[in-house]
Design a protein around this ligand. Structure first.
Ligand code: ADP
Ligand code: MG
Length: 744
């Protein structure tokens, strides 16, 4: 590529740009209309505008609080003042007479200039001495603005040139990857046109369409990306249907086995979901189904019923939970539930921190088929357990990628593939779920068990902690129980966010205040840093579970039975604490986010979260979901420290305002970005190149329809050559997204 040496190639590779194609799909994030620049006299305060003018003066000013950099831009008798905070680095960049483009919010100005802009984006435009090409690309047209691919060197100006040259050199030879008949039918431009116009929009393209990525060129590229995603999923789903699974029988005997243990009447939604699951289990191909239901909707009992079906057919059933605590809880619940069973199945727990002896003996029980129901964590796939006759795997509260393929490892060779049921509380809209979870079919629990009351949610500043502890005492006096949750285990200088049971289980701890693109592994580091920043004088400004357990037990909650639970306890200790809390032998459980998902103690009515501003929305929603599980009125108290970021404010407000999981999920998605939200980033999957699943929902739906249609019948107009190119593109885009794992 012209303009790309080895050093630059290295920088680009860091941004996952390896090929010319990758670069062409790095689209502008906004556009500036430099065809007919706006004049200063038509600006309206409050609007966001781009302005081109001449620099009249520039100065660095040292105020008491911070250095300010000021540039005055003029146009005839009008002037616009631009101000940047803390920006000594701008000194020397601007000279009177230069032409600059600035982009920002227009505000009225008190001084002699007419308007001002705070912290606008800017670009110094090429003057007459610049080469013709640069001038051509930057002035007098709609100009693309790119996110930098590496410092100021690979910023917009560099990308404009390189991409322009690339498009020139590829003129007429960009291979089309979609069939012409499809493009005609959907009225979409061909690939080359789309790429050209998305970078260099033709004169007169409406700016709003460009900014919202809805020009025909944008739509074509987004559709293309989503189409190949959906096509791959459709093919996978079809291949799955052809694989050999187990056809479970459901007869009166099976129905009776379920009836004798069922502790309550299922809701209509639970019945429907179970019906769908059982229909899959009866079919000879392996089940791959997702059971989605908000916190507290009653997914567990549905799963237990499905597992009973497998066991009654003489197969083993496995339940995999994301934490040891949850696995332990399921284990206890299963034992209690199946006590009533006349068949007395053998239930075995397998987690990473069991001692070696017990692990070994449990593995033996599983391998010899003496264990019927196996409950555990990731240890189930990590500890080289080989099941004797595995019929069904249930994955609880799992919304991460990359696990499903590994179930193959669990069964003995020559055995049919087990059915898989994945449960999630993440409320993703149906179309999105179907695309994200790919080859999974979907069942939804859209109804809560009867008798639930809304949870009263309040924000309370730290100063009012004494009132909170009083309230906790009152609830305990009424016979209820409470959780008090902290962001860290111990407040030492190596402040650790709570980690999950498993070394490779990311981000069960609290989200760092930094948003988006937090690289894997950096979370803890960033968080510790943020904690120090928030409270520079204290060793750590955070109250921790261990420290507060001691303080509360001996102070404000003296006389109550206060327990402590966190991820660093070993499995036995966790089990003891959980069991005692479940039995009501502990009144108040001081904990970390290890109790975030799944924990089910209906008698608990109070959830206190300290430093609530530091938690992510999904976490807060999950934590709140630990109460309000019975018929008693429940409370969620979000205690906040002194400093709350604007995003933190937004989260807390949302929590107080609504209990609707969908609404909270949308905000969470907007705050964190799709990569973090869907967990694709943790799984190391690249985000979409041009599509945005939220913004492009309609195109996703269209892509899905087209993919299904294509698989059934591509139509007579699709040539063999088009088909071959489409297949090649499909392979390429799937390898890029999912790596080689999925290739097999
Ligand atoms: P989640 O979907 O969050 O995993 P659980 O399966 O833990 O929810 O169920 C939440 C609570 O509701 C549990 O205490 C469970 O026993 C109870 N529950 C589930 N289904 C029903 C029902 N049909 N009627 C009454 N209570 C139910
Ligand atoms: Mg659950």
């Amino acid at each position: 590529m012209r303009g790309v040496g080895p050093r630059v190639a290295e920088m680009l590779a860091e941004k996952s740009i390896q090929t010319a194609e990758d670069l062409l799909y790095h689209l502008p994030f906004r556009y500036e209309d430099r065809q007919n620049p706006r004049s200063l006299d038509e600006l309206v305060p409050g609007e966001v505008a781009s302005v081109i003018g001449e620099v009249r003066g520039a100065a660095l000013m040292r105020t008491r609080r911070m250095p300010l950099f000021e540039v005055t831009i003029g146009q005839g008798r009008f002037a616009l003042k631009c101000i940047w905070f803390n920006a000594p680095y701008l000194d020397g960049k601007f000279h009177a007479g230069q032409t600059v483009a600035v982009y920002g919010k227009v505000e009225p100005s008190r001084s002699s200039s007419n308007f001002k802009m705070m912290q606008p984006q800017f670009e110094i435009l090429p003057d007459a001495s610049a080469d013709a090409e640069t001038r051509l690309l930057e002035v007098g047209r709609i100009t693309p603005v790119y996110e930098s691919l590496g410092g100021s060197r690979l910023a917009s100006r560099w990308q404009r040139k390189v991409i322009f040259n690339l498009l020139e050199s590829l003129h007429g030879v960009v291979p089309e990857c979609l069939p012409q008949s499809m493009l005609d039918r959907l009225v979409l431009p061909n690939r080359e046109t789309a790429l050209r116009e998305v970078h260099y929009p033709p004169e007169g393209t409406p700016l709003p369409a460009l900014q919202s990525s809805s020009t025909p060129a944008h739509r074509r590229l987004i559709f293309e990306e989503l189409f190949f995603l959906e096509l791959g999923l459709e093919l996978k789903r079809r291949r799955m249907k052809e694989r050999q699974g187990i056809a479970f029988a459901t007869n009166d005997k099976v129905r009776e086995a379920i009836r004798e243990v069922l502790p309550f009447h299922p809701t209509a939604a639970q019945k429907r979901a179970l019906g769908e699951i059982v229909a899959d289990m009866r079919a000879p191909s392996p089940m791959r189904r997702l059971l989605q239901g908000d916190v507290g909707s009653g997914k567990t009992i549905v799963a237990f019923q499905a597992m009973l079906v497998a066991m009654e057919n003489g197969y083993q059933a496995a339940l995999m939970a994301p934490t040891e605590i949850l696995a332990t809880q399921h284990y206890l619940a299963a034992r209690k539930l199946l006590e009533k069973s006349s068949r007395k199945p053998r239930i075995v727990l397998l987690t990473g921190s069991l001692d070696e002896e017990r692990k070994r003996s449990n593995r033996g029980l599983i391998n010899r088929g003496e264990a019927n129901l196996i409950i555990g964590t990731h240890a189930l796939i990590e500890e080289k357990v080989e099941f004797d006759r595995l019929g069904l795997v249930v994955v609880d509260e799992q919304h991460r990628f990359g696990v499903l393929q590994r179930f193959k490892l669990m069964k003995k060779p020559n055995q049919p593939e087990p059915d898989v049921l994945v449960m999630t509380a993440t409320p993703i809209p149906r179309t999105l779920a179907l695309s994200l979870y790919g080859d999974l079919d979907l069942s939804v629990l859209d109804e809560l068990p009867p008798g639930r009351m809304p949870i009263v949610t309040r924000r309370v500043p730290l100063e009012r902690a004494p009132e909170v502890w009083d309230f906790v005492r009152k609830q305990v006096a009424l016979g209820h129980q409470a959780y008090i949750v902290y962001p860290v285990i111990e407040g030492s200088k190596d402040d650790q966010p709570e980690l999950d049971f498993s070394h490779d289980e990311p981000e069960a701890g609290i989200q760092p205040p930094a948003r988006k693109s937090t690289p894997k592994g950096k979370t803890a580091e960033l968080f510790a840093k943020a904690a120090q920043e928030a409270s520079p004088n204290a060793r750590s400004g955070l109250r921790s579970a261990v420290e507060m357990h001691e303080k509360l037990r001996t102070g404000p909650l003296a006389g109550l039975r206060v327990g402590l639970l966190h991820g660093r306890l070993d499995a036995d200790e966790k089990e003891v604490i959980m069991r005692r809390f479940q039995r009501g032998e502990i009144d108040v459980l001081v904990s970390t986010t290890v109790i975030e998902v799944g924990v089910d103690v209906p008698n608990a009515t109070v959830m206190v979260v300290e430093h609530a501003e530091r938690f992510g929305l999904a976490q807060l929603h999950q934590l709140r979901g630990r109460v309000g599980r019975g018929t008693a009125k429940s409370y969620c108290i979000l205690m906040t420290g002194e400093r709350i970021s604007p995003l933190g404010e937004e989260r807390l407000d949302a929590m107080v305002r609504t209990q609707d999981g969908f609404e909270l999920a949308e905000l969470d998605l907007a705050q964190r970005g799709p990569g973090e939200f869907f967990g694709t980033r943790q799984a190391g999957l690249p985000d979409f190149r041009v599509a945005n699943l939220l913004r492009d929902r309609q195109l996703l739906e269209l892509a899905k329809q087209e993919a299904a249609r294509f698989v059934i019948d591509p139509g007579p107009d699709v040539t063999p050559e088009e088909r071959a190119r489409l297949r090649a593109q499909l392979k390429q885009s799937w390898q890029r997204r999912y790596g080689l794992v999925e290739a097999g």
